[in-house]
Ligand binder design. Structure first.
Ligand code: C2E
Ligand code: CA
Ligand code: CA
Ligand code: CA
Length: 277
């Protein structure tokens, strides 16, 4: 947000004006990118901390921009949200993830579940569940191999609505994860009501594990609480051996992060070589 200060003519602020121009330009480019297939999926592996076995992969979108190179979601997701383009883009991501799952099945390779991020405006779509069901049917992907990641703060915005929607998704057979957990303010009572399978501990807690006693206590409590509610716990953003060890000791089930594997176009190469031997 721009500072208002003494200048009340915020709209004519040259910096802001530049932002608006930039936003309109990016919107145009995003539209083109969708029809021109400039988006690609990268997958980040999620491992069992105990066995170090690959459990699933998170799908993260990238924009292969013809001039600016590979762009990360930080450069365009907000604009996609505010322009409504996140709706078709979100369906594209879900379909592409389903295609990837089916590709492996048809190639006779071991199935790897994929998790897909779902954003605020997607959740407000009336026919979201119907569309997901249609895409599952059209691609032939087994719903059980797909998990939706929804941020804690989003769920808390409209708890009752979220519960209904998540229940419908799970009726289709999809799994559901709460993303960025610990950054919202859900109570135990609320968490108990949520029809979810997985809880993802936000990276900010993992980052400070080795520095901050409070963050260690909070993380340990989140893991214990999640297990009481029968949820799997995934820690995100593991970057050091020390963080890994602490999480393992706390009984955290799974983890992802640069230490274990970065998001890449094809994280399966190693796995498939190992299993084909
Ligand atoms: P997120 O869902 O919290 O995804 C995790 C982000 O952390 C990813 O950033 C990932 O590359 C990054 N990350 C993974 N391990 C580490 C680590 O060890 N250290 C650090 N510092 N970072 C790590 P990315 O790919 O830039 O995505 C950013 C956000 O964009 C995601 O945050 C998610 O909210 C959103 N996003 C990504 N793909 C999609 C999508 O297909 N649809 C929607 N709606 N949002 C998406
Ligand atoms: Ca996520
Ligand atoms: Ca996250
Ligand atoms: Ca995050």
């Amino acid at each position: 947000a721009k500072k208002q200060g003494k200048n009340c003519y915020g709209f004519f602020d040259p910096v802001l004006q530049h932002d608006i121009n930039n936003m309109m330009q990016v919107e145009e480019e995003l539209r083109l990118a969708l029809s021109d297939r400039q988006f690609v999926l990268h997958l980040q592996p999620i491992f069992c901390l105990q066995s170090r076995a690959l459990k699933k992969c998170e799908v993260l979108i990238r924009w292969q921009h013809p001039e600016r190179g590979l762009l990360f979601p930080g450069h365009f997701i907000d604009i996609a949200e505010s322009t409504g383009l996140i709706i078709p883009l979100g369906y594209w991501v879900f379909r592409a993830a389903c295609d990837k799952v089916v590709e492996r099945i048809q190639a006779g390779l071991p199935a790897v579940p994929l998790t897909v991020n779902v954003s605020a405006n997607q959740l407000k779509e009336r026919d979201l569940v119907v569309q997901f069901e249609r895409i599952l049917q059209e691609t032939g992907a087994p719903a059980a191999l797909l998990e939706l990641e929804i941020t804690e703060s989003l769920i808390m915005e409209d708890m009752d609505q979220a519960v209904l929607l998540l229940e419908q998704c799970r009726k289709l057979g999809l799994k559901v994860a709460i993303d960025d957990f610990g950054t919202g303010y859900s109570s135990l009572a609320q968490l108990k009501k949520l029809p979810v399978d997985t809880l993802k501990v936000d990276r900010s807690f993992v980052q400070d594990l080795t520095l901050d006693h409070d963050d260690r206590q909070i993380t340990a409590a989140i893991i214990a609480m999640a297990h009481k509610l029968d949820l799997d716990v995934v820690a995100e953003g593991i970057e050091t051996e020390e963080q890994f060890e602490i999480l393992l000791n706390y009984g955290c089930d799974m983890g992802q992060g640069y230490l274990l594997g970065r998001p890449v176009p094809d994280p399966f190469v190693v796995l498939d070589q190992a299993t084909s031997r």
